[in-house]
Design a protein around this ligand. Sequence first.
Ligand SMILES: Nc1ncnc2c1ncn2[C@@H]1O[C@H](COP(=O)(O)OP(=O)(O)OP(=O)(O)O)[C@@H](O)[C@H]1O
Ligand SMILES: [Mg+2]
Length: 354
Amino acid sequence: MMQASFLVLFLEPIRPYLEDDSVSEILINGSRAVYIERKGRLEKIDVAFVSEAALRAAAANIAKSVGRLLNDEYPRLDARLPDGSRVHAVIPPLCTCGTVIAIRKFSKDLLTVDKLLQSGSCSASMIRLIETMVKLHKNLIVSGATSSGKTSILNLLSSFISSQERILLIEDACELQLRQPHVVPFETRKPDKDGNGEVSIRDLIHSALRLRPDRLVIGEIRGAEAIDLLQAMNTGHSGSMSTIHANSPLDALYRLETCSLFSGFDIPISALRGQIAGAVNGLIHTSRLSDGTRKIIAVSEVLPLQGGEYRVQELMRWRTTALEPDGHISGIFEKCNAIPTFKTEAELSRLPLE
Ligand SMILES: Nc1ncnc2c1ncn2[C@@H]1O[C@H](COP(=O)(O)OP(=O)(O)OP(=O)(O)O)[C@@H](O)[C@H]1O
Ligand SMILES: [Mg+2]
């Protein structure tokens, strides 16, 4: 209940949904079209704002409350509120349906291993394999589409890091909730209204590398910072982890490639691919299935390049077996035939592979 109090100040018409912990997102497309996400599914709700002007004023107030502007000159707002909720807003004429606001409510309820298992998001053997990869200091990337559960799974991964390690955490907006005692969290800063003072993920990675990290945890790779993360992973900061938007584990590697090229770093593509295949050890792919459930659908390992091409081997995966008439998707988590390259390493450390 407490968590939504801040937004309630401005968004009275949607108060019940802000206060309802079973609602994870609220999407406002102009004053008359409001949708919520509950249990992974979107539904249109029967509420309306008094007018477009009232909705726009509410959005401007949200911006003001966090020291930002939302007006003709700055028509887009990306903000994290004091209660942890994430808000993105865009005002007309950029959106033609009226003011658009998306609220990702902050969930204090961490997705624990037990909860993930109960909801069928993964299998116990998948969790054991992932924990082993974290404990062996493999560099891991969580991939998946928008809102597929990447950040939640990164949070789970980070929970397997030993409390003896010094973790440097870098995010655009604080979302991850690490429980270890020795965490140094950083958050990027947007440029001010004159375009000055920006501190990017890249800048923070540079600082983090000078602050003796045992592990780097980066909330999300979206652009040029990919090259910095790859270099960190390749230069002895093993056990680093992040997320990236991608449609498949293999696509995650191509996305890292594209993001690295944004940096303007002049490196032949074959060399860049070698760096990526050398840096990233494991890929954990998440998906939101059509029945609204979110799952880890593949745990894969990145192998050395062959003929200049990436190779990814699946170690465990979700296999859909039936689509029920009510839309429910049945299936199983299964172990694949591949033998992990870190099998001996895991056995020597007495860590399970399944
Ligand atoms: N396995 C899961 N079971 C149930 N709910 C989940 C699961 N994973 C994530 N969620 C919920 O789904 C929403 C989106 O999750 P999350 O932020 O982790 O996704 P994301 O892929 O990082 O999204 P984005 O693309 O916006 O960064 C959150 O409300 C989260 O609590
Ligand atoms: Mg995320």
